[in-house]
Design a protein around this ligand. Structure first.
Ligand SMILES: Nc1ncnc2c1ncn2[C@@H]1O[C@H](COP(=O)(O)OP(=O)(O)OP(=O)(O)O)[C@@H](O)[C@H]1O
Ligand SMILES: [Mg+2]
Length: 282
């Protein structure tokens, strides 16, 4: 995390878009670059000409009011939606994700709060889901259970999760934050390049939130790019290297957390004006 900047200067404009491309950490190549992304739902322009870059090792905090387009933007990054126009580059190569599987094949992982793990499946099976280790005994394929449990134990040991008694217990016995921590650790372990978290701490206790934020920061230290959406600015700001503020489907501001303080961010968010699309229909 970067140090806080001083107070907002009088008269600064909400429309100011800070070009942070020159301020990205040295050596961190862009993982995903979105250029001029537009997305319409019928006549409703959910995203209008959005540019956004996420580099390895950085946490981008994506903030904005309800309906400002945050989820739509990350769904486009994750292949759930296709943009109406604009382009996506992944590690410098032009790509077009037709499905979530396309994005996942590039190592773009979304961790959903409720769907982080499969509830009825035990922890080690969840950890290795669709990536199981097998060995052959004659014509038979047998799971390498011992080896998978060992890896899983190594990976989860450092998380300090309270409710893990055994790796054979069902994921349903973990708290929401613990499930997310396991899912994030799994994504890092299997080489994800971009991690997307949409309101991961919405229903978590203070302690759980702290744990999840730590796991997010660690993922970035491992070199992943992280996009972290949260309404609560005091959650997203401390863990973010850069903030992108969306307003009515447009980027209203983009800056490093070294450039503006949490208070300045709050002031920017508080100045949101009525949606011009809604005004037109009055
Ligand atoms: N599947 C959909 N069909 C039609 N309109 C949609 C759909 N998903 C989103 N929208 C509209 O697109 C706009 C952006 O929505 P989006 O869900 O991306 O916002 P958000 O910033 O994630 O909001 P929140 O903070 O409430 O989660 C809103 O006007 C919303 O009503
Ligand atoms: Mg949303």
């Amino acid at each position: 995390m970067t140090p806080m900047a001083g107070p907002l200067e009088d008269g600064s404009s909400h429309d100011t878009i800070t070009d942070t491309s020159a301020q990205q950490p040295v050596g961190s190549a862009p993982i995903v670059e979105l250029v001029g992304i537009c997305k319409y739902y019928g006549n409703n322009a959910a995203l209008q000409s959005v540019d956004m870059t996420v580099s390895g090792g950085e946490v981008v905090g994506l903030v904005g009011d309800n309906g400002s387009g945050k989820s739509t933007l990350v769904k486009i990054m994750a292949g759930y939606h296709q943009p109406n126009s604009g382009s996506i580059r992944f590690r410098g190569e032009a790509v077009s994700f037709k499905s979530p599987a396309d994005a996942r094949a590039r190592g773009i992982e979304v961790v959903y709060q409720d769907l982080a793990l499969i509830e009825d499946l035990c922890l080690w099976r969840n950890f290795f889901l669709k990536r199981e280790m097998w060995r052959r005994i004659g014509p038979m394929r047998v799971l390498r259970k011992g080896q998978m449990m060992e890896v899983c134990r190594e990976q989860l040991d450092g998380l300090g999760l309270l409710h893990i008694r055994s790796l054979d217990q069902a994921a349903s016995s973990l708290s929401g934050g613990e499930k997310q921590s396991v899912a994030i650790t799994r994504a890092v372990h299997f080489g994800a390049s971009l991690l997307i978290l949409d309101e991961p701490t919405a229903a978590l206790s203070v302690r759980e939130t702290e744990n999840v934020l730590k796991v997010i920061a660690n993922a970035a230290k491992e070199g992943l790019g992280v996009v972290y959406i949260d309404h609560r600015l005091d959650h997203v700001y401390p863990v973010a290297d850069r903030i992108v503020l969306l307003e009515h489907g447009r980027v209203a501001a983009s800056f490093t957390t070294g450039e503006k303080s949490l208070q300045e961010l709050r002031e920017l968010v508080a100045r949101v004006r009525p949606d011009p699309q809604v005004m037109r229909h009055r």
